[in-house]
Write a protein that binds this ligand. Structure first.
Ligand code: ATP
Length: 219
């Protein structure tokens, strides 16, 4: 793994978890917060933990923020501080600024001022959990766009011992099987003769309507 340098600004639940996770994976992480208590708490979960107000350009420059390729802005309630921090970071030339948005208005402003990635963690987690709860076969999914997704689906007994050719998934649903997983073995770009067993995990990509039809009829 390539070791990267990240800075996380705002050590609430979201920023704090990102900081801990990046640091435990082995990246260099500079953690920043306005609160002295937070900085003390995150000393052991980051490479450096620094107390400063990220809306102050001078302070950001002084801690060398320009040496970081990726900065995560996880300031929640103070939308003005989140927007101003993002603006300063883009002006200072940070290549990738990832920002947690509180609501749609915040999102729109962040888009306008050049935030590179905007995340809504509560909404995204809720959507994922709701999908998983509503289906016995859907394990996980990634939205590629408004229309296309990749999904992991658990094969049921209806598919047991049937080949991919027999299941004819692409012709019937317009869905492509990218890979399948049996126990710990992952088969990428499978052949049409490969047999699917109950419990196999299929990794499929396609239009959301096709994926939905596939999930509702083939499983
Ligand atoms: P979460 O839901 O992830 O816990 P939150 O919405 O509760 O987040 P806040 O508590 O509002 O988020 O903010 C997260 C952190 O950002 C806080 O620890 C706060 O001290 C810090 N913070 C707020 N403003 C600034 C600022 N100007 N500079 C640096 N840190 C800041």
């Amino acid at each position: 793994m390539e070791k990267k340098q990240f800075s996380v600004i705002g050590l609430g639940r979201f920023g704090g978890s990102i900081c801990k996770e990046l640091y435990s994976i082995g990246h260099e992480v500079m953690a920043i917060d306005l609160s002295e208590d937070k900085v003390e708490e995150y000393g052991e979960y980051s490479t450096h933990a620094i107390q400063l107000d990220s809306t102050d350009e001078r302070s950001l420059i002084n801690v060398g923020i320009r040496n970081f390729d990726e900065v995560i802005v996880a300031i929640g309630d103070d939308i003005q501080a989140s927007v101003l921090t993002t603006l300063l970071l883009k002006e200072l030339g940070i290549k990738k600024v990832v920002v947690k948005a509180q609501n749609d208005y915040h999102h729109k402003v962040l888009e306008k001022i050049g935030a590179d990635v905007i995340v809504h963690p509560e909404y995204e987690t809720a959507k994922r959990v709701a999908h998983n709860l509503s289906s016995d076969t859907l394990i996980d999914f990634i939205d590629l766009s408004e229309e296309y997704s990749i999904a992991e689906l658990l094969a049921t007994s209806k598919m047991n011992n049937r080949s991919l050719a027999e299941l004819d998934i692409r012709a019937k649903y317009g869905v492509t099987v990218l890979a399948y997983k049996d126990q710990d073995h992952v088969n990428i770009a499978p052949s049409p003769d490969d047999l699917i067993q109950r419990g196999t995990i299929l990794v499929v990509m396609g239009h959301k309507s096709g994926l939905e039809r596939f999930e509702n009829t083939a499983f």
